[in-house]
Write a protein that binds this ligand. Structure first.
Ligand SMILES: Nc1ncnc2c1ncn2[C@@H]1O[C@H](COP(=O)(O)OP(=O)(O)OP(=O)(O)O)[C@@H](O)[C@H]1O
Ligand SMILES: [Mg+2]
Length: 264
């Protein structure tokens, strides 16, 4: 079966910083992949490459068997077909939100694709309801709280129902109820048609949201394994800053502070 994404030896540099260093990966249709790694290890850069917002300096990327190159995106047909199939939710929602109201934000993608007005209204209302965002319909996205912005950014991508979702830290800044809602959404895509690639620091729900994990270290994928296997590899987790060892003292007056592993 042709992989959905096949990347070989990708190199991306920002000036003198190497963000992706000869990175290769294969993702098949219907997989849910978690990208794990320390700050600055290259997760967001990879998502930007997979969304064809950044093109590698060397190496190749194929999407469903077709080479993803800057030249291809000069053609409207390829761009249109790709954008319809792949959606990215940015780590920072401020980069993504620019419409006057939440409703307009969700309607923007369908409007670009020239959906009929009635269908847009129906779909936007449907996504506002499933994402519990109906009460924010007429608010300005820029005046929302961090977590509300995050959920609007996710909703604005879900509205087009892309078959590939690239999610950059979708649960960061969310309160417990909103957090659970997003985890449930990711869980509901298990074994389905959707391919979901999620960058996350959230180890608590890793098993629910992923079938395979790619662990990043300095622009490379250093381990590909199930959530369970990754969670049991404590030396690896420590090395790539996914857990930290800290010292704490039990009760006041008690002797013997001890080292204690702590998920961060
Ligand atoms: N626009 C940019 N200009 C210059 N350097 C950048 C830019 N974006 C990212 N970098 C650098 O590239 C490297 C990879 O960054 P990236 O954002 O991909 O990491 P990340 O794994 O997503 O980190 P985080 O967990 O903090 O989101 C880092 O060294 C970062 O400083
Ligand atoms: Mg990032």
């Amino acid at each position: 079966m042709t992989p959905l994404f096949q990347a070989d030896d990708l190199v991306v540099r920002y000036g003198r910083i190497t963000a992706l260093d000869q990175l290769s990966l294969t993702v098949h249709k219907g997989e849910r992949i978690a990208l794990l790694g320390a700050n600055g290890s290259g997760k967001s850069t990879l998502l930007r490459v997979l969304d064809a917002l950044v093109f590698p300096e060397s190496g190749t990327l194929q999407f469903a068997g077709a080479a993803v190159t800057a030249a291809r995106f000069e053609g409207r047909e390829f761009t249109y077909a790709f954008r319809k199939r792949v959606g990215l939710v940015f780590q920072n929602p401020d980069v993504q939100l620019f419409n006057p109201t939440v409703f307009d934000e969700l309607a923007f993608g369908p409007l670009q694709l020239r959906w009929p007005t009635g269908q847009i209204r129906e779909r936007v209302e449907e996504v506002l309801a499933t994402m519990h965002l109906g009460h924010l319909r007429d608010r300005s996205p820029h005046q929302l709280s961090g977590g509300e912005k995050k959920r609007v950014a996710i909703a604005s991508v879900l509205v087009l129902d892309p078959e590939v979702l690239l999610l950059d830290e979708p649960t960061s800044a969310l309160d417990p109820k909103s957090h659970r809602q997003i985890v449930d959404l990711l869980t509901s895509w298990s074994g389905g048609e959707k391919t979901v690639i999620t960058a996350t620091h959230d180890l608590g729900n890793l098993e629910e949201i992923s079938d395979r994990c790619f662990v990043f270290e300095k622009g490379k994928i250093v381990k590909v394994a199930s959530a369970l296997e990754v969670l049991h590899d404590v030396p690896l987790l420590q090395r790539v800053n996914l857990v930290s060892a800290h010292k704490h003292t039990h009760a006041p007056g008690q002797a013997g502070a001890h080292s204690h592993l702590h998920g961060s």
